[in-house]
Design a protein around this ligand. Sequence first.
Ligand code: SF4
Length: 202
Amino acid sequence: MDRGPILLVSACLVGQACRYDGRIRATVDAVLAGWVRRGRAVAICPECAGGLPVPRPPAEIQNGDGAGVWMGRSRVRTRDGRDVTAAFLRGGRMAARLIRRHGIRVGVFKNGSPSCGVTYIYDGTFAGRFRSGCGVAAAHLAAMDVQVFPEERVREAIRAAIRSTPTRLPQHEGKLTGSGKFDILGPRLQLMDFLREAVWPN
Ligand code: SF4
C-alpha cells in the first residue's frame, strides 16, 4: 500500500519559522504536524521557496489577487514599494512542482497571506484590511484543479485528501493468494488502516 504524501500544507501551519517576521505561529496545527511527521503531508513556504529570506518585509498584492498576478494585472510589493512579484511567482511554481512530483490533489493553506491565502488576503494598502481573493501560490494550485482549503477547514481537507486516493481505499472483496488460498485479511487490514487515518489522523 502506497504511504506517500497526499496533502500539501503551508509550512507555518506546522511550526516552521518561515513567516515574514521570523516568528513561529502561536498555534501549530497538531493534526497537520502529525501528518507531516508521518510523511502523509508535505510542507512548503512558497515565499521562502521563491527565494525570499526570513525575516523579510511584509508584502501585499496590489490591484487584485493571486489570479491577477498570474495574468500580469496585479503586482506584489513590499510596504516601501519594492516589487517582489517574481519571487512570489517562483514560489507558486515550486508548490506546483511538489504537487506534480507526489501526485497530490489537496492542499491546506494559511488564509490571508499574499502567497497562501485561500479565501481572503490583505487588500494591498498595508492598513491591516482584508479583501476577498486568493494568494499567488494558492491561485496557481487552484488553476491546476488542486482542492485548496483554508486553515479553518483542516478536517474537511483531510477527508478530501483521503478521498483523493481511491486506489488506497479498502477493497470490499477478498482475493486469491499465490498459494490459491482466499485472502480476506489483507483487505481488512487496509480497511482498518483507512479508518484509523480518517478518524485518528495523528
Ligand atoms: S503563509 Fe505561506 S508564504 Fe506565508 S509564511 Fe506561511 S507558508 Fe510561508
